[in-house]
Design a binder for this molecule. Structure first.
Ligand code: ATP
Ligand code: MG
Length: 326
């Protein structure tokens, strides 16, 4: 947001495959220096959108520009200025860490003078110093993703497109990966981070299925079947899209509690918008949840379900996402 022109602008962006519309007239801006999250269930059009941004697919209608240039017709000028981590894994498993970095550095056109320095920076950034000669297939998933990220930024791109970069990675490694993303987007003159070789102020466009990651994005778009159903900061989306309040219940049997409350909703005994299972908890969404608490209590106790705890909580993005998807 340090620049008035957006880093990426999509207007009426549409992609059809034959009769099938994979992306249907979506509009969004990605501001400079932000982490922009693109969320949606499987098959909703996330990768198709990224492929149009990279100029790999031509939109059927509408437009998409990256760094002020048309993503398709100007792709040759855009490519050196962007980085891409594909959903299908982009590293060569039989190559070592160092060989993968050399390969990517050369592919991005880095000169022989620059390559050793950039590789060293990448190794420091990914925390892979000392593991240069490890075969990539012997790294854990979390380390591989960090290596892939550092390979994608060897040429110091201004915009980074990450397609589900943390899918299948454990929560601690996901956290470490996001710490790297924050360092990348944060402009800093701090000597330590500069010495760590971080390029600063990168713009990140990232697709994810993980709602905790969505909460950490500066702004988001939710897509479903190619249509955009929510757009804005996490707080804006929560306040705009969430009409009801959320009651969180810790019952003795959460699965059974969901069933009982859904039955009560279906039969009209309780006016509820949503009843969702959250691990061992149940979230109930309704416009006047406060007035319903005692009746919810009664429904559950009649079914011999004991309530350990019940409180009204702020909606999470997951609550909002589920509500939007219905
Ligand atoms: N080349 C193609 N030809 C025909 N249909 C396609 C093509 N590419 C994608 N699709 C379809 O377009 C829809 C959107 O696919 P896309 O890969 O963009 O979804 P996604 O949101 O990335 O899903 P996932 O979360 O599974 O990665 C899907 O129904 C997919 O089958
Ligand atoms: Mg995809």
């Amino acid at each position: 947001m340090n620049n008035k022109t957006a880093a990426v602008t999509a207007r009426g962006l549409t992609k059809q495959f034959g009769d099938f519309t994979a992306v249907n007239g979506i509009n969004f801006d990605v501001n400079h220096g932000e982490i922009f999250g693109f969320l949606g269930p499987n098959g909703s059009g996330k990768t198709t959108t990224i492929r149009m941004m990279l100029g790999l697919l031509q939109p059927s209608a509408g437009s998409i520009s990256v760094l002020g240039m048309d993503a398709h017709s100007d792709s040759a000028n855009i490519r050196p200025r962007v980085g891409y981590m594909s959903q299908r894994f982009s590293l060569y498993n039989d190559l070592t860490v160092l060989q993968n970095l050399k390969f990517y550095g050369s592919a991005y056109g880095l000169s022989d003078d620059l390559l050793p320095e950039r590789i060293q920076e990448a190794l420091v950034m990914a925390g892979l110093e000392g593991r240069e000669n490890t075969k990539t297939k012997d790294l854990s998933g979390g380390w591989r993703q960090r290596l892939a990220l550092s390979a994608a930024i060897l040429h110091r791109p201004e915009v980074l497109f990450l397609d589900e970069p943390t899918a299948g990675v454990d929560p601690i490694s996901r956290r470490a990966f996001w710490d790297l993303l924050y360092k990348l987007v944060t402009p800093s003159t701090d000597a330590k981070t500069v010495n760590e070789g971080f390029q600063k102020g990168v713009t990140v466009f990232v697709t994810t299925h993980y709602m905790d990651e969505a909460e950490h994005c500066h702004r988001l778009a939710f897509i479903q079947r190619g249509e955009m159903i929510a757009y804005g900061t996490p707080e804006e989306i929560k306040s705009k899209k969430m009409s009801g309040q959320v009651l969180e219940i810790a019952p003795s049997n959460a699965v059974e509690a969901v069933k009982v409350l859904r039955d009560a909703k279906k039969s009209g005994r309780l006016v509820l918008e949503e009843v969702e299972l959250y691990g061992a908890l149940v979230h109930v969404i309704a416009p006047d949840i406060k007035d319903l608490q005692s009746r919810i209590n009664t429904e559950l106790s009649q079914a011999n379900i004991h309530i350990d705890q019940m409180e009204i909580i702020a909606p999470s993005l997951e609550d909002v996402f589920i509500a939007c998807m219905r």
